[in-house]
Ligand binder design. Structure first.
Ligand code: 5GP
Length: 175
């Protein structure tokens, strides 16, 4: 068994719910009459996506991609590949990517470029969290939940070596 690391609460379940409500209100303002495809980036965004779409009142579809960066550990190596791609093409569709975190931006930047090749009619990004201090490539965020400090966070879908995704709050993992 791995030792239990120390976790410090950053955002409570209640604070996350309020932020998801706010993001849903922004999307409900911007997408009426459209029929977008929301793309969840596995695995980290599954909980956020599930909570978010329950609050959306326009017609939508959900698809998923799974990406991987070569190498392990807490730092992205920067070499990204698509492990599981979309089921359907997003050509001529309104596309909203739903992310858990934009850190260096390399993963999201890669995904946006990958999707842009399919010529969607619009392509927007909604992310629950971002760490602007660590950005290596510019990524335009259209809908943002929290700006987080340069710390490793877990919970609400975000893992540490596959653990802690189930926590209802977001915590800083103290090393
Ligand atoms: P990027 O550096 O390419 O923006 O992010 C790559 C991936 O690293 C994210 O999709 C996420 O899976 C992971 N990541 C980056 N920062 C954190 C963090 O603070 N906590 C967790 N759990 N994952 C992170």
């Amino acid at each position: 068994m791995k030792p239990q690391p120390k976790l410090n609460l950053l955002y409570s379940r209640q604070q996350i719910a309020e932020t998801v409500d706010r993001l849903a209100a922004e999307l409900n303002r911007d997408y009426p009459g459209k029929h977008p495809v929301l793309i969840g980036v596995l695995k980290g965004s599954f909980m956020f996506l599930a909570d978010l779409i329950r609050l959306l009142d326009f017609t939508l579809e959900v698809d998923f991609v799974r990406l991987s960066s070569y190498g392990a550990g807490q730092k992205s190596s920067g070499k990204i590949r698509v492990v599981a791609d979309l089921q359907r093409s997003v050509k001529d569709r309104d596309v909203l990517v739903v992310e858990d975190i934009v850190d260096t931006g390399l993963t999201t930047g890669f995904l946006l470029a990958h999707l842009r090749k399919q010529k969607p009619s619009s392509l927007k990004l909604c992310t629950l969290t971002e760490k602007p201090s660590r950005r290596k490539t510019p990524v335009a965020i259209d809908y943002l939940g929290f700006t987080v400090p340069d710390k490793f966070i877990v919970g609400y879908g975000l893992d540490w070596d596959e653990r802690f995704r189930n926590l209802p709050g977001i915590y800083v993992l103290e090393e």
